[in-house]
Write a protein that binds this ligand. Sequence first.
Ligand SMILES: [Zn+2]
Length: 160
Amino acid sequence: MGKTGEWGQFFPAKYSLFGYNETVAQEYAPLTRDQALSQGLTWFDYEPQIPNVTRVIPAEKLPETIDKIPDDVLNWAIKCEATGRLFKIIAQELRLYRKQNIPLPYFHPEERHRQRIAMRPPRKTWHRLCQKCQKPIDSVYSPDRPEIVYCEQCYLKEVY
Ligand SMILES: [Zn+2]
């Protein structure tokens, strides 16, 4: 491996057990199916199956509070408010929502994940000044963001 230059290198992507579109790489460096395949990457072609359910309910028709959700919801498919994709609630999930008094989700799990990712700051840093001592720092928060940024020393003094 040392002679061929393989030693210390990561496994080639063509040996990945996962399609590029199934990995976190797709969230940070999105590629189309053709782009991934032309680079020798794998792609997972997934056709969602229609779940075997007694009822399909649009998310916006769900009762607003968890106490009005019947146990039968476990046999339903919920139609995502944003994507129209169907998803189910499992018993453990329903138990948690009831225990925490949380309404059922209106969005497909992958849409919820996409919404969470959209709230992250970009993977970039900006040169800023600590807003307490004016020391130069690098921050993931751009200068036009409302967050207060402190240097590590000021942050630790403030928090502890
Ligand atoms: Zn500071």
